[in-house]
Each structure stands twice: as structure tokens, then as C-alpha cells.
Design a protein around this ligand. Structure first.
Ligand code: ARG
Ligand code: ZN
Length: 885
């Protein structure tokens, strides 16, 4: 095990590899505890490197059996092998063949990196540095090879043998009861895209014909008995394949595309060439088992991994610093796909909610890092919201800046120029600079500066001169290692909304024709002033429409402006944002009042805005999904982020609870009516429209129950009983479990018994229990760790229960520090077996400095206790060190 942190890796130190590996021939003979891997590599010195270097291959916990050079056994003097390295000090000058045999124990691979067992199957995860746990290799993404892989296994144990690329042949092995399959992948790829799967799996199949007429056989493999639940994923896959042809002109490039769902997986899914491996929660769905969010996530993740075939596989990353080149871009692509499949504004609102919940706190705390980092000690810790979600926002801005046409032309240029290569962010952005003629140097700062910029906007209306003046400024606070920051180019979409609603025409001498026509203004510098003309009456400024840049906004809008925008803004994102801003202001004052020992205010304007929204929803005047998002109050974490420092989670909870109660009581009748009206008699369908109605029904129930606890719970019990789908059933259960009542335990237990054989449903149930905002929850969570369905070795269970608890704002942040002590226990206990998941759990501490003094003290003490432990994994060591830094 690599127990010490190696030297940090730095972007400035990048050197091309000294050797290239043109061909890889793998012979893998699978066995639970003694798998044999014979790897034959065709290697040559890299003409682009200086010659004479030793050949150093990476390894990780490897056991060498034998080594041959050009067919002859290697003299033990001629090489050195440790579990972490294979060194040939004097390799041949030209092309040579190196054959290395290693022995692996997949059954005891608990890290779920390299070759491991999930259930009764063998599977692999190689990104980022897992291939070196299978065989010694140049484990870096700029070494691209063709692969030929023979997989042998016991026929009964593993009738299904899958590899990358196309199936070349199969047959009986020499050893009785064993069989083999030979897979070849004609496309050169880095080793992180290698995969194999073997096991007794069921599957469903389908086919897709590409635009140029290639017939692709599609299959999704699952545990026996679950295969029908992959139907939705299969349909999503075909939609994604068609969309990539239409939106980007990208076709699939092999004859087969296989997806395997496994239940033990560290992350979401993996884009291995022609053989995607998925966490089963992003594949399996049925009316009975999946919520609408599950369906949406499956559609998004299936598309994401499929889209990687071009953005990631055909064009890969030169080094891991460029991770956002494939991840940010591919998230952007999957977001656009989902927006086209569903409601675009609703999708945008969900994205921004997700970005603010996961990425903003990262950017505001000690773990802040660039979208394209410049140093890392453990790359697994950089599969972050910053690289993924902010990375996607950066691509979205790029598109806004250059326009739709130039964006497509830039993408075409990128695919054309770098196909088959390992590229950099500079090369990617360079394509857009070239096709658009735009200077993108200052735009590159989005990749090179951490932190969320703050955009300040001040407005002044002059009725006599009929002018409306905007003063816009951007600033960025220091982040770890970056004391000074520079302004970055950002697109600011805006409009001036008339008091009666509707946009005023934009007339100004301070902006280009294109800006005035599109409403997208470019901020290149620290400041910009725009004076609009012919503005007779003071408008409400609709700023940062569609969330056109990933920034926070400091504006001077009045609550009256926000009320107008929340009803009339033609931009739906900002219509939603206006109400959220209004609620946030009221909640921030509420928190202050509570901390000062006063009662929070009653805000009539806000109550009226919610009333109008409920009426609009009931009358069918607004999209139900949009209404559902609007009725959802900012979360406790949202409010904590707005407060920023000296945060008291209990005061936030109290203020939010008081407002929820007031809204639920004031609008009780209307909410009950809405809830009844949304009961759907039609047969279930997971489409976006139906999902929107269910989302609205659940939020109507929640708000109603917040203000009318007894009747609300009665309604929840009726909904639970009558529901024919998991979204409504779980929405009802949520109210019953989160609110204290005598029926709570009984109902909750009945639910868990009903789904005793459904781990993915029990995950929701674990997470729900962990979210109860009561002092007893920590003990409840401890108790649930002994539930028969819980296991510390399954990442989904751990994330549901423990990760769920860290998202319980009041209970994880208990003033006595017991929540942190519990996390410490879990992280330290899990670290030796699964460091990746342990490290990820510990990132729950990322906002510790913003807490009030007492909690901050407990949090820091907890991190310091972990930091002094002698044998931490590099993963946890890295997170704890940076968290304290
Ligand atoms: N490339 C995968 C994706 O599509 C993520 C894999 C990361 N896994 C890991 N163990 N680091 O997002
Ligand atoms: Zn990805």
C-alpha cells in the first residue's frame, strides 16, 4: 500500500514520455484470489524525447511473476521490480517487446481500483491510476496503444466475458471447465480506458444504426432478474447516440457498445472504450423502484459516458491536470442533451442549484482549486464539482461569448485537429479563438484562478434624462496559494423589465450592436459602465440571465423589484432566481432576529408572492416543474453560504422552519387543493411533464404539512398508501419520517421491510433517516450501521447513510462536536480498505472555517486528530492537509 504521500505532481513539470507503447497484448486468466496477467508490450523510444533514459513502469501493490525481453527471460540483474515500479535501466535502443507476468488477488481488492469483485462478477476501474494495479505500465494518459485482450475464466462462474472494442473470437480453454474470449480495440487509447468484466450476468440488447449506416449492437448487462430495469437506460442511450450525431456530427465508431451495471463502484460511471461500467444506481429503474430524479440522473449519466467516446476517448487528456478538458466539456454536453430532452429552464435551474450546493462551497473554502489544477498529490481527489460542474460552466460561457455558430465550428475544429491525440485546455480554447477571431487570453483565467468571482452591479435611473446607468464590477477574493487575482472575461446576459412586465429595448452608446441585440454584455475588465437611453420609468434589472457566468451577484434591487421579476421576468431562470433572492433576504433577517432572541418577521410581500405562485400553478398557468422549484425554499446550506461566516446552523434551521410553517399555514387551503388536483389517474410515465406534476405534488404536500402537521401527516399517509410510483411514495415517506409522530417508526419500518431486497431503495431510506433534524439522529445513524442491508464495503450504502448524515446541517454540525467525531471514526476506519471513499467523505469538512466559534473549534480539533495519524492513505492525507492549510 502507498502509505506515504509521494512528491506533489506539478503541471509545470510535464515532460513527454520517454517511451511509447504501440501495442498491448493482455492475457488475463481470472481467478478469485490468483488471477494471472501476462502483458506483452511493444515499446519504442519516443522520438520526441531525449534518448538514453531508463524505462520506468508504474505499479501499485503488484506481484511480479516473471519478465521477458524480446522473448528471452530477463536476467534478474537487468531489471528492478517492486510492488510500485518496474525499472529497466538499460532498455534496447530501438523497438522491443517486454512481457511481464503479474499475479493479482481480486477478491481482496477493497479499494475498487484495478481488478476487483463486485457481487459475483469481476470488473475493473482504471481511471485515473488503476491500470497500474493490474500490470506494470506507463500509466499516463498521453501513452496511447491498441489493445488485444484474451480473457479466460471458469465457464460456470463467468459465462459472460467482456472487453473493449470488438469480439474477435471465443472458445473452450485447455483447462477443463474454462473458456476464453478475445477482444480487440482498433482505436488507440490510454490505459485508463481499459476495462474487462466477467461474470454470470443477464442482459438486454438492442441496436442503433448510425447516420452513415453502421449497425451497432447495444447491450446492457445486470444482475440476473434486474435486466428489465435497464430498459429506460437503453432508450436513453439511443437518444444520446442520435443527439450527438445531430448536435455535434459525432457518430459511434465500433460495432458494439456494452454497458455493465455493478453494485460496488467508487463513483458514478466510467467511459471505458466500448464497455462502459456503471454504478447500478445510474442504470436500473422501474416505476416501482425509481424516483423521477433517478430517471433524470440515469438519462444524464448514460449520455455523459456515451459522449465521452468523443470528448475523452477519441480526444483524451495530455495529463491529469487537463481533466476538465474531458469532464467539464462532457458535463456541458450531457446538460445540453438533458435540456433538449426535458425543459430547458427547469434543467438550468437544477444545474445552478447543484453548482451552488456543491461547487460554491468548495471554491469558498480550503479545498478551492483551479478548474485546471496546477499541482496535486492524489489525482482521485480532483474528480470534483470544480473540475466537473464549474468546468461545464466555463464551456457554457465560451459558447455564449463566441456564439452558437462559432462554437460549433470550434468544436468541429477541435475534433478534426486532435482526433487520436492527447490534448490540453490551451489547444481546446485555441480552436475557439481561431474560428471566432476573439481574444480569449483573459477568458483562460477561468481555468487558472480558483474562487467564485463576485459581480457587483449598481443602478441609477434618471427620469429627466431618461437614462438608466449600470456600474458593473468584478472581484475575486484570494484562495489558497493565490493571493492576487485578475479580471476574467465573462458574458453577462441582462434585460430591463418594465414595471408592467416585458423587456425594454436596449439602447446605448456604451455597447456593441451585437451586445444590444443579444442582451449579452461582455465584461473583460474589472469594471464597466453602461448607460441605457430612452428609459422613461425605472425598470427592474434582470441581471445574469440564465446564470450566464458562475459568479455571485451583489446588486441593489429592492424587494419590490424582486417581486416584479418573480412574476414578469421573461427569463425563466431569473424569474425563479428573483423569488429565491427575496426568500433569502427574508431568511437572512430571520436568522439575525433569532440569534438576537427576537421572533422572525412576517413578510406580507413574500406570503403574497407564494400565494400568486400557487394560484398560477393550480390554474395551469406555469410549468409544474418550474412551480415546484420555485416553491422550494433555499436549503439550510444555501443560507449558510449566504451568511458566509460565524454560521449558526440551529438559527438557520429555526428561521427556515418558521417561514415554512407560516407559508404552509397561510396557504393551507390552496396547497391542499393543489395537492388533490395533482393526483394523477393516468398510467405512470417517467416523462418530464409527468415528473413535473409529481414534483409539484410532493412540494405542495411538504409545505402543507409544514404548516398543518396533523392534517399534513394524514395526507402523507394517504399519498403513501395510494401512490403507484416511487416518487410519490418516497415524497410521502419523507414527510412522515422527517416529522415526529407516533406513526413514524412503524411506517418507516414497514417501508424498509417492503423493500428489504432492494438496496437502491434502502439507500434512499438510509439517507432519509440520516436527515432527521433531531438530536437522536446521530444515535439512529449509528444503529443503522448494524442494519442487515448496511455494509461499510459498499460505497453506495456508505454515501447514503454516512454521506447523508454529513448533509444534515444541524445534526452533523452539532454544537458538541459529536457529529464531527463520528465522521472521524468512519473516515479513519474506512481509510485502510477504501481510501477514495474515505477521502470523499472527509470533504464534508470543507466549510469548517465559516462556522461559529464553538463548532469551528470542534471541527479543527477533529481535523488535527486525523492529521497526526501515522498511516493515512495519500487520499485522506491530502484532504486533511489541505483542509487545515
Ligand atoms: N471518468 C468518469 C466520469 O465519467 C469518472 C471516473 C472517476 N473514477 C475514479 N475512481 N477516479 O466521470
Ligand atoms: Zn466524465
Amino acid at each position: 500500500m502507498r502509505t506515504s504521500v509521494g512528491q506533489p505532481v506539478r503541471l509545470v513539470d510535464y515532460r513527454v514520455p520517454d517511451f511509447l507503447i504501440d501495442e498491448v497484448d493482455l492475457d488475463v486468466s481470472l481467478d478469485r484470489t490468483a488471477t494471472r496477467v501476462v502483458s506483452t508490450l511493444i515499446i519504442r523510444p519516443n522520438p520526441a524525447a531525449s534518448d538514453g533514459a531508463a524505462l520506468t513502469l508504474d505499479g501499485d501493490e503488484l506481484t511480479l511473476v516473471s519478465a521477458h525481453l524480446d522473448g528471452a527471460p530477463l536476467d534478474p540483474e537487468a531489471f528492478q521490480a517492486t510492488p510500485a515500479q518496474f525499472v529497466l535501466p538499460n532498455p534496447p535502443r530501438g523497438r522491443f517487446t517486454l512481457t511481464i507476468e503479474t499475479r493479482l488477488d481480486p477478491a481482496s481488492n477493497t479499494k475498487l481500483m484495478g481488478l476487483y469483485r463486485s457481487g459475483s462478477a469481476y470488473c475493473t476501474q482504471c481511471e485515473a491510476e488503476g491500470f497500474r494495479r493490474i500490470t506494470y505500465f506507463l500509466d499516463r494518459p498521453d501513452v496511447l496503444s491498441t489493445y488485444r485482450v484474451r480473457i479466460e475464466a471458469d465457464r460456470e462462474e463467468a459465462p459472460v466475458l467482456l472487453g473493449n472494442g470488438n469480439l474477435e473470437g471465443k472458445g473452450e480453454a485447455e483447462t477443463a471447465g474454462r473458456h476464453w474470449a478475445l477482444w480487440t480495440d482498433p482505436h488507440k487509447k490510454p490505459c485508463y480506458l481499459f476495462a474487462l468484466v466477467a461474470g454470470d450476468l443477464a442482459h438486454i440488447s438492442d441496436a442503433f444504426v448510425t447516420a452513415s449506416g453502421r449497425k451497432v449492437d447495444l447491450a446492457i448487462f445486470t444482475e440476473h432478474g434486474r435486466e428489465e430495469r435497464a430498459r429506460y437506460a437503453m432508450e436513453a442511450l439511443k437518444r444520446a447516440m442520435a443527439w450527438d450525431e445531430k448536435a455535434y456530427g459525432r457518430e459511434y465508431d465500433l460495432d458494439v457498445f456494452n454497458i455493465v451495471a455493478v453494485s460496488d463502484f467508487n463513483m458514478g460511471a466510467m467511459e471505458n472504450k466500448g464497455l462502459n461500467v456503471f454504478n447500478d444506481k445510474y442504470v436500473l429503474a422501474s416505476q416501482e423502484t425509481a424516483t423521477d430524479d433517478d430517471y433524470a440522473n440515469i438519462e444524464g449519466v448514460i449520455a455523459h459516458e456515451y459522449f465521452h467516446n468523443w470528448t475523452g476517448n477519441r480526444i483524451t487528456c495530455r495529463d491529469w491536470f487537463q481533466l476538465c478538458l474531458k469532464e467539464g466539456l462532457t458535463v456541458f454536453r450531457d446538460q445540453e442533451f438533458s435540456a433538449d430532452m426535458r425543459s430547458r429552464p427547469v434543467k438550468r435551474i437544477s444545474e445552478v442549484r447543484g453548482l451552488r450546493a456543491a461547487q460554491f462551497p468548495e471554491d469558498a473554502g480550503p479545498l478551492a482549486h483551479n478548474v485546471r489544477p496546477e499541482v496535486y498529490s492524489e489525482i482521485s481527489n480532483f474528480y470534483t464539482a470544480t473540475v466537473y460542474q464549474k468546468g461545464a460552466e466555463v464551456v457554457r460561457m465560451l459558447k455564449r461569448l463566441v456564439g452558437d455558430e462559432a462554437f460549433r465550428a470550434g468544436m468541429d475544429a477541435y475534433f478534426h485537429r486532435y482526433d487520436g491525440q492527447a490534448a490540453t485546455v490551451e489547444q481546446f480554447v485555441g480552436c475557439f479563438a481561431e474560428v471566432s477571431g476573439r481574444d480569449l487570453d483573459r477568458f483562460m483565467r477561468w481555468y487558472r484562478q480558483a474562487g467564485t468571482p463576485k459581480v457587483t452591479v449598481r443602478t441609477a435611473h434618471d427620469p429627466a434624462a431618461r437614462t438608466y446607468r449600470l456600474e458593473i464590477a468584478q472581484s475575486l477574493a484570494p484562495t489558497p496559494g493565490q493571493p492576487t487575482k485578475l479580471p476574467a472575461t465573462m458574458p453577462l446576459a441582462l434585460g430591463l423589465v418594465d414595471p408592467e412586465g416585458g423587456d425594454l429595448p436596449l439602447v446605448s452608446a456604451d455597447a456593441s450592436e451585437a451586445e444590444l441585440a443579444s442582451g449579452v454584455f461582455v465584461l473583460d475588465d474589472a469594471e464597466r459602465v453602461i448607460v441605457f437611453r430612452d428609459v422613461a420609468r425605472r425598470p427592474a434589472l434582470s441581471f445574469l440571465r440564465g446564470f450566464s457566468a458562475p459568479v455571485t451577484v451583489d446588486d441593489d434591487l429592492t424587494e419590490q423589484d424582486l417581486a416584479v421579476l418573480s412574476r414578469h421576468d421573461p427569463d425563466h431562470f431569473n424569474r425563479w432566481q428573483a423569488l429565491q433572492s427575496l426568500v433569502t433576504r427574508v431568511l437572512l433577517r430571520g436568522v439575525k432576529a433569532i440569534r438576537a432572541g427576537r421572533a422572525p418577521e412576517r413578510n406580507a410581500a413574500l406570503v403574497a408572492a407564494f400565494g400568486a405562485l400557487i394560484d398560477d400553478a393550480r390554474a395551469g398557468r406555469i410549468d409544474p416543474a418550474f412551480a415546484a422549484l420555485s416553491l422550494a425554499l433555499p436549503t439550510e446550506a444555501d443560507i449558510a453560504r449566504e451568511i458566509g461566516e460565524n454560521v449558526d446552523p440551529d438559527a438557520i434551521y429555526a428561521a427556515r422552519k418558521s417561514l415554512r410553517g407560516a407559508l404552509g399555514r397561510k396557504h393551507g387551503d390552496a396547497l391542499a387543493d393543489l395537492h388533490d388536483w395533482l393526483a394523477d389517474a393516468r398510467p405512470f410515465s417517467p416523462d418530464a411533464e409527468s415528473a413535473g406534476r409529481r414534483a409539484l405534488r410532493n412540494i405542495a404536500l411538504a409545505l402543507y404539512a409544514d404548516g398543518n402537521i396533523i392534517d399534513g401527516l394524514a395526507r402523507a399517509h394517504r399519498q403513501l398508501r395510494d401512490a403507484d410510483n416511487m416518487t410519490e411514495r418516497f415524497g410521502a415517506l419523507t414527510q412522515i419520517v422527517l416529522k415526529p409522530s407516533s406513526a413514524r417508526e412503524h411506517t418507516s419500518d414497514a417501508f424498509s421491510r417492503r423493500y428489504a431486497m432492494e438496496p437502491l431503495i434502502l439507500d434512499k431510506w438510509f439517507a432519509l433517516q440520516a436527515h432527521i433534524p433531531e438530536r437522536e439522529t446521530l444515535d439512529r445513524v449509528r444503529g443503522l450501521m448494524s442494519h442487515r442491508a448496511f455494509s461499510m464495503s459498499n460505497p453506495n450504502r456508505v454515501r447514503a447513510l454516512i454521506g447523508g448524515f454529513t448533509g444534515n446541517h444541524t445534526q452533523f454540525n452539532r454544537p458538541d462536536g459529536e457529529g464531527y467525531a463520528f465522521l472521524e471514526e468512519i473516515v479513519v476506519g474506512l481509510d485502510p480498505t477504501n481510501p477514495q471513499v474515505a477521502a470523499r467523505l472527509l470533504t464534508a469538512m470543507r466549510s469548517w472555517r465559516s462556522l461559529e466559534e464553538i463548532r469551528r473549534g470542534h471541527a479543527e480539533a477533529m481535523l488535527r486528530r486525523i492529521a497526526v495519524l501515522p498511516s493515512l492513505s495519500p487520499d485522506v492525507r491530502d484532504i486533511v492537509t489541505r483542509s487545515l492549510g
